[in-house]
Design a protein around this ligand. Structure first.
Ligand code: EPU
Length: 426
């Protein structure tokens, strides 16, 4: 048994919250620190369990890592390992982003195959295709991807799959290409802000990269990279979650540190749903203007509406007037939260890769279980609007990617209490 959260109907919210650094920027950046022998310092790293898993992977590969406050220092002088083992990769699929650095530095990689996961099958074919274009060869042995390469050579490659571009495949190939001989052109590259942040950090380490943020990234390989210091971007998904929570609970909340240029599609849909977001130097003021209205949302790669806010957006739709439609174009199976939201009185039906949500007048608190990180946030948000008490199990999913979400929400008026294991036995 693990800890639970008890959520009570809350709102209207009032106050200020600071957005943490982005988990999905932190993870590939930590792997990037392996591309040099010299120490690198990353600031604004969130204290979430996925980051701790990546710390463990870097240490198993021989790097020394310290993590104090939000500063992470990676010293890869002892980085001689080539194996990312099953026990760690099975905990976190993003472990795959050590593949590129391993091939670039050691010409050898032994990385456990990440299996399917609760949000869908999530293959790694684009990672392998991209690295193969730089000269790596792969085989699958005993559940591991075994990669080998002499010095990688730049190449021209297309990284688009059935569901569009791939964030971590772009990151993997970009990292490997920094040390390859010659020029690499990644076409149909992911345009996510996390890819841009990685490119900025790599450039600070001495890499030559152009075009990040657009669909074609050019990397001119260099002999070696050096250590650097980099502050990672704010977490746009956490910012979006806090905005959606405010929309659901009502009131007015100021977000410090959120980067509106990363949130265009979200702000657009919030406006349609009757939520105003005002930009004031370095801050965003979020305010619900009257009853929520139903909206149609389709998740897409950046700059489209992010799949990682699909579940929290669905929580809003459950109590918005009229019918909303949510279409998932990135992970068509990412709908495990529908049945839990329906247990709270929502009216959601799934039709293929879409969910049709009929707004209801009220939700009612219930015991619910989180299936994954973003589903856990969605259930907390629904709990803020539900009568009586919602009891959320599976809090470990939340902790993979949100640093103290319940405390952040508590600061602006949410009534959420953590129930320890000992209290549950009473
Ligand atoms: N895909 C392939 N082949 C591949 C790789 C991906 O077909 O080799 C497909 C995926 O199955 C999916 C689509 O391409 O349908 C996009 O997946 P992508 O590779 O972009 O996902 P990712 O890089 O593995 C990152 C985030 C996810 C986020 C996605 C999409 C990190 C650590 N993870 O994953 O974050 O949902 O991009 O934006 O950056 C989360 O934080 O909750 C989370 C799941």
């Amino acid at each position: 048994m693990s800890e639970k959260l008890l959520i009570h109907q809350s709102g209207p919210f009032q106050g200020t919250v600071t957005v943490n650094g982005a988990k999905n920027a932190a993870l590939p950046l930590m792997a990037a620190c392996l591309l040099t022998d010299e120490p690198s310092i990353l600031d604004n790293i969130p204290r979430v369990t996925d980051v701790l898993t990546m710390v463990e992977i870097l240490r198993r590969l021989g790097a020394a890592v310290t993590f104090e406050g939000h500063r992470l220092t990676v010293t890869p002088a002892g980085f001689t390992g080539t194996v990312a083992p099953y026990d760690l990769v099975s905990r976190m699929r993003a472990s795959i982003c050590v593949l590129g650095p391993l091939l670039a530095r050691h010409g050898k990689a032994h990385v456990s195959m990440p299996g399917g996961c609760v949000i869908g099958p999530r293959p790694i074919d684009l990672h392998l295709k991209g690295l193969a274009a730089l000269g790596a060869t792969f085989s699958i042995e005993h559940g591991y991807v075994v990669g080998t390469a002499d010095r990688l050579r730049g190449g021209r490659l297309l990284l688009s799959g059935a569901f569009g571009s791939s964030v971590l495949a772009t990151a993997n190939v970009m990292m490997a290409a920094t040390l390859a001989e010659g020029t690499t052109l990644i076409e149909h590259a992911a345009c996510e802000p996390e890819v841009i942040d990685l490119a900025h950090a790599l450039v600070a380490m001495g890499a030559r990269i152009e075009g990040q943020g657009g669909p074609v990234i050019r990397i001119d390989g260099v002999e070696r990279l050096h250590g650097a210091r980099h502050r990672i971007i704010a977490d746009r998904i956490e910012a979006g979650t806090l905005m959606l929570a405010t929309a659901i609970a009502g009131g007015e909340v100021t977000l410090e540190g959120a980067q509106p240029e990363h949130l265009g599609a979200v702000l657009d849909k919030l406006a349609e749903a009757s939520v105003s977001v005002e930009k004031l130097n370095g801050m965003l003021r979020v305010k619900r203007e009257g009853p929520l209205r139903g909206v149609e949302v389709t998740t897409l790669p950046f700059p489209g509406f992010p799949t990682d806010l699909q579940a929290p957006m669905m929580a809003l739709m459950t109590i918005a007037q009229g019918v909303s439609v949510l279409t998932e174009q990135v992970y068509p199976e990412r709908f495990m939260h529908i049945s839990e939201l329906n247990r709270m009185g929502a009216s959601i039906t799934r039709e293929g890769s879409s969910a049709v949500v009929k707004g209801v007048a009220r939700l009612s608190g219930a015991p619910v279980a989180a299936s994954d990180l973003r589903a856990s946030a969605a259930l907390i948000l629904a709990g803020l609007a539900a009568e009586n008490q919602t009891e959320l199990a599976g809090v470990e999913h939340l902790e993979r990617g949100y640093q103290n979400l319940e405390q952040q929400l508590g600061r602006v008026g949410a009534k959420i209490r953590r129930l320890s294991e000992a209290e549950q036995y009473k």
